[in-house]
Structure formats: C-alpha cells, structure tokens
Design a protein around this ligand. Sequence first.
Ligand code: Q46
Ligand code: ZN
Length: 312
Amino acid sequence: MNCTKCKTKAVIGLPRHNAAFCKDCFNDYVHDQVARAIKSQKMFGKDDRILVAVSGGKDSLAIWDILLKLGYRADALYVNLGIGTYSEESYRKVTKFADTVAASRGAKLLIHTVEEEEGAGIKELAQLIHRPTCSTCGTIKRYQFNRAAVEHDYDVMATGHNLDDEAARLLGNVLHWQEEYLDKQGPTLPASVEGFAKKVKPLYRLSERELAAYAVLNRIDYIVEECPMAKGARTLVYKEVLNRLETESPGTKQTFYWGFLDKQNKMTSTPATMTEKDQSTLHPCATCGQPTTAEVCSYCKMMARAKASASH
Ligand code: Q46
Ligand code: ZN
C-alpha cells in the first residue's frame, strides 16, 4: 500500500476517503481537516486566545498539539476528578505533555482539582447528592471550564470531541427525538450573552481511529483506558453500532453527521445559537455570579446540597 499523495510506503489506510498516507502526508491531512473545520465553522482566528479542555486522552492532547502546530494561541485546563488511579494516570499524562510539547511552544496548563475546590472527589460528591456520577461530573466540568474561560479572558473554549463522538451523540438524539439538543448539536456554540464562553469542536471532521493514529505517530503519550465511570454508557453502544455500519460501508459516520450539519445550515443562517428566549431569561447566579436561568445556578445548588448532606 503506497501513499496516495507522495507514493512512498503508506502507514495508514483511510477507506472513507479512498486514500492511504505516509506519516508526513497523514499529518498534513489531519492538520488540513482541523484547519477546514476552524474556517468553515468560523471557530476562531490567529489572535484569539483558546482554552482547550484536556483529559489526558488522545483526542484532547491531539487537539492541543495540532492547534499549537498550526500557530494558534492555545492554553489548556485539566480538571482532576479524583477518581483513583485513573485520575492519577491522566494527571501524569497531561502534565508531561504540558511540560514538554506545550511549554516549548509557550503554552500553559491550568489545573482545577475537585477534591480541593469542591471538598470531595467526584464519586463522593455524587453519593452525597444522590445523583449519577457522570451527571455530577458534567455539571462540575461545564461550570469550571466556563468559569476559567471567562475569568482568564479566553475568547473560545475547545474540546476534543471527534467524528465518532458527534455521530454517536446525534444517533442518540435522533433515536429519542431530542429536538432541543438537536438544535444545539453543532461544532460551534457562540458566546451569546456576557458570561458564557464560545465553545468549539475542531476535531469533528476526524475519526477516533485517525486520532489514535495521529497520537501514536507523533509520540503523544496519552491515557489509553477510558474513565471507569464510562462503563455501560449508552453512547458506547451507539459507537459500536456506527462502527459496524462503517465497516460495511465506509463513510457512514461522516455522511450521517456532516449531512446533519448541512441540513442544519440550510434551515437557519445562524445555527446552534441560543434563542432569544434563552438570552432574555439568563441572569447572574445569586451565589456565584455565573449566568443561569434560575435564581441560583445548578452548580451552586448542587454544592449547597452536598454541603447540607455532608453536615448531617
Ligand atoms: S469523566 Fe466524568 Fe466522563 Fe468519567 S465521570 Fe462520567 S462524565 S465518564 S466524559
Ligand atoms: Zn452559581
């Protein structure tokens, strides 16, 4: 198998593009896909300051690496969830990347430690408030990323969601006809009111397999195992189903998700924006000042419940 572009020996085949690439041409392909995503979805420019949400997994470290190589000003935030050896290992991978690759390009890492700031690890917090670990985790991560972006004046927040993640999420939203979520499932969510950071997903054109290959070929040392709490998650089943379809008919995920984005674009000239109703009902949380639709934001409510429950 030879490289489609330069005819030297290929290291990876991409059935959905009917192509194969050597290492250098594959890196060009990956960088080009990210550059296209940034441009076509109007994500950010060279002067913008970007905050990347990193977990230590291949996708988030790859996007940080790619943005720096493309010449963007990208720092990162890592939220240490305090989930035993998984968190210890992911912390090691993130700090190693930050101290070597990122530091050499002038980028820095911010760290938020849940055990220190919220007073307990994510599992204990979830038990205290009688909610599933992942929804507790989601609330904390969303809140802390948004807060860090706003407080440190970043223009945009980037996450490492890839094509497989977005196609699986779309499948879930379609199967349950979650219209409200479908409206907001784009790669760019603009900052619509003061206090809400703009959010982008520059990896939505690249598959999980392509990103694993990118990480390995570029010697990015990432944590291979998933968070132990992810076991049994519905999205993993959707991913398996989509992988089967992809094997039978390469390009299925891309057609499914990109096709959705095309349709969404045609239906509205401003996709995935907040509705006017959202804007008019948002105001500062009475406790912390972050934007919310209620009197007190869901994070502050959650922390108040955790505190009350811990003191009983
Ligand atoms: S990190 Fe958090 Fe995920 Fe782990 S606890 Fe669940 S939500 S699975 S992306
Ligand atoms: Zn609040």
